[in-house]
Design a protein around this ligand. Structure first.
Ligand code: ATP
Ligand code: MG
Length: 451
């Protein structure tokens, strides 16, 4: 017969850690979220060996007093939930990233956690929790005006069985970088740096809080191409607002890895939201192609439950139909308005197909959409007149130039699309065939070529 037992605290914490701390990136996520909840303006992250050996996070937030520091590593202690006047704890009134009081004790139970913190005008204090064993608090060297420094080393030393589930240093580093980028996209007003094995791999200046700041932050993270090939989205219905930037259909990817979705500033990978995006682009993209976008859904916290997933990566909407309809509508509306625009990369490509040289670009790279790599690596510059040698044939024609081109054009004008002669409004290509001219909508042409 089995014996029913109460588990010791240390075991309880390790079980909780199993859900909260899956890999180094989850530690980084929890600690950066804590820094943001503490109103930090600047968050610096340092990792060694993909975070397996060491993670250090410095923030300039409000810090903790000695007593708060002691409570912070206690399970179910949080400053982020409070009872209302009737003593009622409302779990749907959450405006912070954290609310469970689980992260620090979980990390301290499976790794070596060293905290030091300082409130403005107070002394700094340090505390250690190594594999669940606590020591301190003790006085610590000052940390500037206020802020917190958290160091996590030897992750999973206390539960070695979990070490074998960790991926390569490179894969863990990439996961850490991805977590920081996602959090940083939602907070362009905060500066972030990430350095890995002594090398700074990400440096994001604080930009501000408006739409321009958001686009500038996305530009820093996703590259200039995204800003050039996306449209602004902003729609509201019944208190739910969706804003952000959606990639043009011609600017598509092989996976949905570059779809960044946020609910009340929290990065999520929600099936409903991804499904809505797929639905909105269904008429524009083949099934195996995906748009790039960053969409921010904001609504009354009472209309969404964030307490449904151990890593808070999924949410549940009180009215999922409303949210889905709003996203699909906002994206379709935006895409219809942008119907005449082809991506900067596509315009270049379509011209390349029509002109004598064929599809190969000048740099010898394949057209961007055929590559499995992120779009920014193979993109071609914006095809404005004369800016790119690929479009030399469309510069103001000189007699000399035309003579050189004539032979090649004669060879190619028997092709169905003939020989490209001009580009109009960066949208239409005029080609010369054996017995006439063809006007090609390069956006439509690109779609025909791809599908
Ligand atoms: N960087 C920080 N600056 C100031 N206070 C912090 C910081 N990190 C943690 N704290 C304090 O410690 C408490 C415990 O943090 P912890 O991450 O364990 O729980 P939480 O953030 O409240 O909830 P969750 O488990 O959902 O993250 C927080 O509620 C906060 O008061
Ligand atoms: Mg937290």
């Amino acid at each position: 017969m089995s014996t029913l037992r109460r588990l010791p605290l240390e075991t309880i914490n390790r079980i909780a850690a199993g859900e909260v701390v899956e890999r180094p990136a989850s530690v980084v996520k929890e600690l950066v979220e804590n820094a943001l909840d503490a109103q930090a303006q600047s968050v610096d992250i340092t990792v060694e060996e993909g975070g397996k050996a060491r993670i250090v996070i410095n923030d300039d937030g409000h810090g903790m007093s000695r007593d708060e520091l002691l409570l912070a590593v206690e399970r179910h202690a949080t400053s982020k939930l409070a009872p209302d006047a009737d003593g009622h704890w409302d779990l749907l009134a959450i405006s912070t990233m954290g609310f469970r009081g689980e992260a620090l004790p979980s990390i301290g139970s499976v790794a070596r956690l060293n905290l030091s913190t300082q409130r403005s005008g107070e002394d700094a204090w340090a505390l250690r929790v190594h594999g669940g064993t606590q020591s301190g608090p003790e006085p610590a060297p000052p940390l500037g005006l206020s802020g917190t420094r958290i160091e996590v080393s030897d992750l999973f030393f206390a539960v070695p069985a979990r070490l074998k589930f960790l991926k390569s240093e490179r894969a863990e580093s990439m996961a850490i970088s991805d977590v920081i980028k996602r959090l940083a996209m939602a907070r362009p007003d905060v500066a972030f740096t990430l350095s890995s094995n002594g090398r700074t791999s990400l440096r994001l200046m604080a930009k501000g809080t408006d739409e321009a700041a958001r686009l500038a932050r996305l530009d820093d993270i996703l590259g200039r191409d995204f800003a050039q090939n996306s449209i602004a989205i902003d729609q509201e219905r019944e208190g739910v607002r969706v804003t952000g930037f959606a990639g043009l259909p011609t600017y598509h990817q092989g996976s949905n890895r570059h779809q960044y979705l946020f609910v009340n500033g929290r990065p999520v990978r929600d099936k409903l939201l991804h499904g809505a995006v797929r639905g909105a682009y269904a008429d524009f993209l083949a099934r195996d192609r995906h748009p790039a976008l960053a969409l921010f859904v904001d609504l009354d916290p009472h209309k969404v439950d964030v307490n449904v997933h151990p890593a808070k990566a999924e949410v549940r909407f009180v009215d999922p139909g409303l949210v889905r309809g709003l996203i699909v509508g906002a994206l379709r509306h935006g895409l219809a308005n942008a119907g005449h625009r082809a991506s900067t990369t596509t315009a270049g490509f379509a011209l390349g197909r029509a002109r004598p040289e064929g599809a190969q670009s000048n740099d010898g790279n394949p057209p961007p959409y055929q590559s499995a790599a992120p779009w920014s690596q193979h993109s071609t510059p914006r095809p404005s007149m004369g800016e790119n040698t690929r479009f030399a044939a469309f510069d103001a024609p000189s007699a000399h130039h035309e003579m050189q081109q004539t032979a090649q054009i004669e060879e190619t004008q028997h092709l169905p699309l003939g020989a490209a002669r001009a580009q109009v409004h960066e949208t239409y290509i005029v080609t010369q065939t054996e017995d006439g001219i063809v006007i090609v909508d390069q956006h439509a042409a690109h779609e025909r070529l791809v599908y």
